[in-house]
Design a protein around this ligand. Sequence first.
Ligand code: SF4
Ligand code: SF4
Length: 181
Amino acid sequence: MKVVERTGAQGAEKFYLIAVVQGLFLTLGHVIKNLFNPKRMSVVFYPEQKKALPPATRGRHRLMKREDGTPRCTACMLCATACPAECIHIKAEESPDPNIEKRPEKFDIDMLRCVFCGFCVEACPLDAIRMDIPDVTIADYTRESLVYSKEFLMNHDNKDVVTGYNPPRPVQLTHGPHARP
Ligand code: SF4
Ligand code: SF4
């Protein structure tokens, strides 16, 4: 076995100041190049510019609506049960529609606890909850305002267009009161 001794820095290399100055000049060179040719910079000027999000991004939640504007949700609690962060709180009430047993009187999602796992979307048998609003700036000044209510979650135009995270569901209801277009 041959033992190779470590030699360490030699001569001028021992003066780390030289390497520091070389590094500073390298950085300065990049700064000057980018100043005169900003197009070559791989920088997004947020918030004026926004990057296109990948199609499967898990965005902000929304509750889907039926054609008459009522929630598609039947308060089955599957999403709340699947949620690992226990941040979905649903209070059920009787539906006036005899074909539908229940509907949510209250449907809150505590966004401060949500981990954006998407389990709620996957658990829902009715495609009543989606995470496809491309909003990555979920921030506010109070904790209360980050508990999204049913009214807030339903405040969107209900174009039934898949724009984001929408996993396949085991059951696709094509007829009956829970059918979707
Ligand atoms: S994305 Fe995950 S953590 Fe957030 S509400 Fe849905 S199941 Fe809960
Ligand atoms: S799983 Fe779907 S239908 Fe059931 S409570 Fe959640 S959103 Fe409503």
